[in-house]
Write a protein that binds this ligand. Structure first.
Ligand SMILES: Cc1cc2nc3c(=O)[nH]c(=O)nc-3n(C[C@H](O)[C@H](O)[C@H](O)COP(=O)(O)OP(=O)(O)OC[C@H]3O[C@@H](n4cnc5c(N)ncnc54)[C@H](O)[C@@H]3O)c2cc1C
Length: 414
């Protein structure tokens, strides 16, 4: 089966890499740029961690399993391993109670460890108690995408090809450029082109409720002998925002990276002072410090990118209702690597189903990565929670009334 993957950011690259491991697929990876990860995935400071709440939630379970997969598979592009999340002293319950809670949530002790403030000060230079996420980390998405694309040696790559229109013809998906030339034809098409997925779907009359969310990450230069300089962390941290550990810039200065702004419905890629100020505030809050006029950071540079997000902030991964052979892998929001990892597994499972001519997704696509664990219920939850049909079924119902609905987001246990 010839599968076209459109978009060589982290979403498309990991899908293409996953499919390429099977001889049943001939892949063509297409991107408008000259190489992988030149847009939002040109991001070298992507935090990955499991979500933790007091009660078990769907998101907690998805991020937990994805974090384990990322940790297992992507060590080669990790920049900082381990992440510290401070907890306000007034919200802190003792370490034993927290350890128990963490175990009841299904984490093991090697994944998350409660830390008292005295130890946090010694280990991370942070005088606040908190949680140490031992298997969380900060990853380089550009490196990861590039490595994934490098594995596609027996497959086709088309760089510098902007697709402006798609159509279905004789059961095949056809892609066209702005001169209306057909540039590629395949049995299945995976749209992994972030926010631009919306425009391409509009060319086949499918409306996708997708929003752009601009984000800016700031690289600050902080004098070592300043008040902030003395309190910078020695590990990556997260809270309302996240940061890298401080890194030596020169003899007098630290480099400190802090993110990120979350600017909904904005797609302007120019760095802004306002976003840098937001990041400064987030950085100080992580250190337990309050903003004051004299604590002004010097910007070294910024990374700005456009995320895409759905209405419920969960991604869109799976088949498009009524468009047999068309799949989406987008709306990854601020959890690019978490969803790209699960997205690669899910799209692979959907394509296997498609190839077999079956109607239902078979269980077992995650279990393979975690031998001995029964993840069937989680797989069913995941596929329906992220299925594009949650937004498309109703919208398409009337328009597609005389076309047979194919590929329901149904699910069948093996
Ligand atoms: C400031 C900021 C901070 C973030 N922090 C984190 C974080 O801490 N952790 C984390 O996991 N994620 C984080 N993210 C999110 C993460 O970066 C994104 O979710 C992820 O990079 C999206 O990947 P993608 O492959 O979907 O999109 P992209 O990387 O944008 O890839 C889409 C690709 O499709 C191509 N394309 C689009 N349209 C067409 C077309 N018509 N024809 C041909 N090619 C096309 C583009 O050229 C591009 O290469 C952050 C994002 C930002 C902006």
């Amino acid at each position: 089966m010839h599968v076209i993957v459109l978009g060589a950011g982290i979403a498309g690259s990991l899908i293409a890499q996953k499919l390429a491991r099977k001889s049943s697929y001939q892949i063509t990876l297409i991107d408008q740029a000259v190489g992988p990860a030149t847009q939002t995935s040109d991001h070298q400071l992507a935090l990955v961690h499991p979500q933790v709440n007091k009660k078990s939630t769907k998101l907690q379970r998805f991020t937990q399993i994805a974090n384990r997969l990322v940790w297992q598979n992507f060590q080669s592009s990790i920049r900082y391993s381990g992440v510290y999340q401070p907890i306000l002293k007034e919200d802190w319950i003792n370490s034993e109670k927290l350890s128990e809670l963490i175990l009841t949530l299904g984490f093991n002790q090697s994944e998350i460890e409660p830390i008292e403030s005295k130890i946090a000060l010694e280990k991370f230079n942070i005088d606040q108690p908190g949680l140490w996420f031992n298997t969380a980390g900060i990853y380089d998405l550009k490196k990861l995408s590039t490595q994934a694309v490098e594995t596609l040696t027996h497959h086709e790559m088309m760089w510098g090809e902007k697709v402006t229109r798609i159509q279905k013809n004789n059961n095949l998906w056809e892609l066209f450029n702005d001169k209306n030339e057909k540039i590629c034809t395949g049995d299945a098409l995976v749209l992994a082109c972030n926010y631009q997925t919306k425009e391409l779907l509009a060319t086949i009359d499918v409306e996708l409720p997708l929003r752009p969310v601009r984000g800016q990450l700031s690289r600050f230069l902080i004098p070592k002998d300043s008040e902030v300089g003395k309190h910078l962390p020695w590990s990556a941290m997260r809270g309302d925002g996240y940061c890298s550990p401080s890194k030596e810039w020169d003899a007098e200065t630290w480099l400190w990276e802090v993110g990120s702004s979350y600017d909904e419905d904005i797609d302007d890629l120019r760095p802004s002072k306002e976003s840098a100020n937001t990041n400064q505030k987030k950085g100080l809050a992580l250190l337990g410090m309050v903003e004051r006029p004299e604590l002004s950071f010097r910007e070294e540079s910024n990374f700005v990118g456009i995320r895409s997000a759905s209405k419920d902030r969960l991604p869109l991964i799976g088949p498009v209702t009524g468009q047999r052979g068309l799949f989406l892998a987008t709306a990854y929001g601020s959890r690019g690597l978490i969803w790209a990892t699960l997205g690669a597994e899910l799209i692979h499972a959907y394509l296997d189903t498609f190839l077999a001519g079956a109607d239902f997704l078979a269980a077992g696509f995650l279990t393979g990565a975690f031998a001995g664990e029964d993840l069937t219920a989680l797989e069913a939850e995941l596929s329906s929670a992220v299925s594009p049909s949650r937004f498309l079924a109703g919208a398409l119902g009337a328009r597609a009334s005389n076309s047979k609905p194919t590929f329901p987001s149904g699910f069948k246990a093996r």
